[in-house]
Ligand binder design. Structure first.
Ligand code: G
Ligand code: G
Ligand code: MN
Ligand code: NA
Length: 253
């Protein structure tokens, strides 16, 4: 499967699309956010997962253009839904560490201006490894964007090699508890202890917490008892094409 050459043409051929997965506030029963997740609609191979082309995009440098397309599409879509009178919610976009160039902040600020989306409705998801590489430049980029009103979330929290000290150095709004902890949270005492500790730490640092990969009512019970009220996972909805997601946003969960 030679995707390398095809990936070069995928943008101009308009073959990428975004799916959206809701983030739920369980105490209110409402959608409070959505994560944008890229897919590649390949003419012969069908719908391709980002797992199969993001690494290639990173190797070839195409991640810069693809990443800008993702931010632009997510901002324009969110603004369009707001203008239609749908509930105003934050859209979260995944950033690769390779996107942290000196041009990242100016490019995102230009897209926000162009789309006229209020910056507080855009959240950027980064991983612990992104924070650990090249920290001074990364720190100034994050500070600049945070000063402009954007929020930052740490994705897959707890799975990376990193020092917790970045939680005081960087303006982080949200920690996303990785699915690998949530999966066995009701059966594995270590996962239960780690999840409880992450939630407690986030609360005491005044950082929002969101649990990923929530699939069962037992997981919801555990998380609720530990005061984690924001959740994302197949229990509520898998990632959906834009059209379907807008119906969910209109009708509620
Ligand atoms: O549903 P899912 O198969 O979309 O996601 C698989 C992986 O791809 C996840 O780790 C997710 O963070 C990543 N991913 C999804 N969309 C994007 C994107 O737009 N940019 C980057 N860098 N990663 C993404
Ligand atoms: O790395 P990141 O957290 O961005 O990746 C999110 C990934 O998790 C996507 O591939 C998304 O489709 C997937 N996902 C979302 N909800 C669930 C879930 O409840 N169970 C599982 N197994 N995967 C999920
Ligand atoms: Mn993510
Ligand atoms: Na994650």
């Amino acid at each position: 499967l030679s995707l390398d050459n095809a990936l070069h043409h995928a943008l101009e051929r308009n073959e990428f699309l975004l799916f959206y997965q809701p983030q739920i506030d369980i105490s209110k029963g409402t959608i409070v956010g959505m994560e944008a997740l890229i897919r590649w609609q390949h003419p012969e191979h069908g719908l391709i997962s980002p797992l199969n082309f993001i690494p290639l995009a990173e190797e070839t440098g195409l991640i810069i253009e693809i990443g800008e397309w993702v931010v632009r599409t997510a901002c324009l879509q969110n603004k369009a839904w707001q203008d239609m009178g749908l509930p105003h919610v934050q859209v979260s976009v995944n950033l690769s560490g390779f996107q942290f160039t000196p041009n990242l902040a100016p490019s995102i600020l230009a897209i926000l201006k162009e789309s006229r989306l209020d910056p507080r409705y855009l959240e950027l998801e980064i991983t612990e490894s992104t924070l650990m590489q090249n920290t001074e430049a990364t720190l100034s980029t994050i500070k600049l964007l945070n000063d402009a009103g954007l929020n930052f979330a740490i994705d897959d929290f707890g799975t990376g090699y990193s020092s917790l000290s970045y939680l005081k150095r960087f303006p982080i709004s949200t920690l996303k508890i990785d699915q690998s902890f949530v999966r066995d949270v009701t059966t594995d005492p270590s996962d239960a202890a780690l999840t409880g500790a992450i939630i407690a730490m986030a609360h005491s640092l005044n950082i929002n917490i969101i649990a990923e990969g929530v699939e069962t009512i037992e997981q919801i019970d555990f998380l609720t008892r530990h005061h984690c009220n924001t959740m994302q996972g197949y229990y509520f909805s898998k990632p959906l094409p834009a059209e379907q997601f807008s119906r969910l946003l209109a009708e509620g969960i």
